[in-house]
Ligand binder design. Structure first.
Ligand SMILES: Nc1ncnc2c1ncn2[C@@H]1O[C@H](COP(=O)(O)OP(=O)(O)O)[C@@H](O)[C@H]1O
Ligand SMILES: [Mg+2]
Length: 265
């Protein structure tokens, strides 16, 4: 059997804020080309894990490698879609400019974006169904539309690995389908995607691998191996209701964030 390359390897990662550990001794192995969900309750450290991998937070201990090298040497291979609420969208910029910003890393600061960048940005907007909004101010879009623009921006980076923090948060069913189709396309092109995800029911359909996190890594690996009732219970405590007898998965007590509609897309 041929071993796949490790796109991401995390070993013994511990992160603390003001001495309080929020990630404890986490190991994670992500083969190239897979879609991995990170699931766990609020405050489990999911966002912190992504930020630590990307060098945005200094860990207390641990090793992180991207294709076998430290993140700082591999920056150009990595795209990031932050959690939506974490971004201030009030600045006066239109959609096309926001997407073109995704190219700056490739251009350097000396070359200004030109026709080629514009073409790539429009192509990415087309992919996420947002091309006709290219001239619109970013602040005048619905949450789901902003999410799509952010994805387009990540796409033009032409990264190998994408980190997405709750890409389905507050989007309607149509947008969710568009996003998952895109993720499957990325995976088919051998790109690796790690996404924080909240809807346990869709994990087996959307993802190949899953990491169950609650400060510690409860389990991490292929969905069919690690996405078990026992592991979910260990991750969520008593807060998960299960479809037992008929069951082939888990159901959340809290309604999934993804069902909140943003009508007009
Ligand atoms: N900048 C910060 N300073 C102090 N504590 C933080 C900071 N960011 C996050 N935390 C804490 O770390 C824990 C994990 O947060 P986070 O990674 O955002 O969780 P998740 O994304 O799983 O909801 C939480 O208890 C949160 O309150
Ligand atoms: Mg988070």
């Amino acid at each position: 059997m041929e071993e796949k390359h490790a796109a991401i390897e995390v070993a013994d990662l511990t992160v603390a804020y003001q001495e309080k550990p929020v990630l404890w001794d986490v190991d994670m192995y992500v083969p190239e080309g897979i879609l991995m969900a990170i699931v766990g309750p609020n405050g489990a450290g999911k966002t912190t894990l992504i930020k630590a991998i990307m060098g945005l937070i200094q860990p207390a201990a641990g090793q992180i490698s991207i294709y076998g090298k430290p993140f700082r040497e591999q920056r150009g291979l990595v795209g990031y879609v932050p959690q939506r609420g974490s971004v201030d969208w009030d600045f006066p910029t239109n959609v096309l400019d926001v997407v073109m910003m995704g190219r700056y890393g490739r251009l350097g600061w000396i070359r200004r974006p030109g026709r080629e960048e514009e073409r790539l940005a429009l192509e990415a907007l087309e992919k996420v169904g947002m091309a006709r909004y290219s001239e619109r101010q970013i602040s005048q879009l619905s949450g789901g539309q902003q999410q799509r623009v952010f994805l387009a921006r990540a796409l033009v980076q032409e990264a190998q690995i994408y980190f997405m923090d709750e890409p389905f948060q507050g989007v309607d069913a149509t947008t969710e389908r568009a996003i998952i189709t895109l993720l499957k396309e990325l995976s088919a092109a051998n790109k690796t995607v790690v996404a924080v995800h909240h809807d346990l029911q869709t994990v087996p359909e959307y993802f190949d691998y899953v990491t169950l996190l609650n400060v510690r890594c409860i389990a991490s690996g292929p969905v069919e191996q690690v996405f078990s009732e026992e592991n979910l219970r260990a991750t969520y405590g008593g807060r998960v209701a299960f479809l037992t007898a008929a069951g082939n998965g888990a159901e959340q007590v809290e309604p999934a964030a993804t069902t909140a509609g943003h009508g007009a897309i």
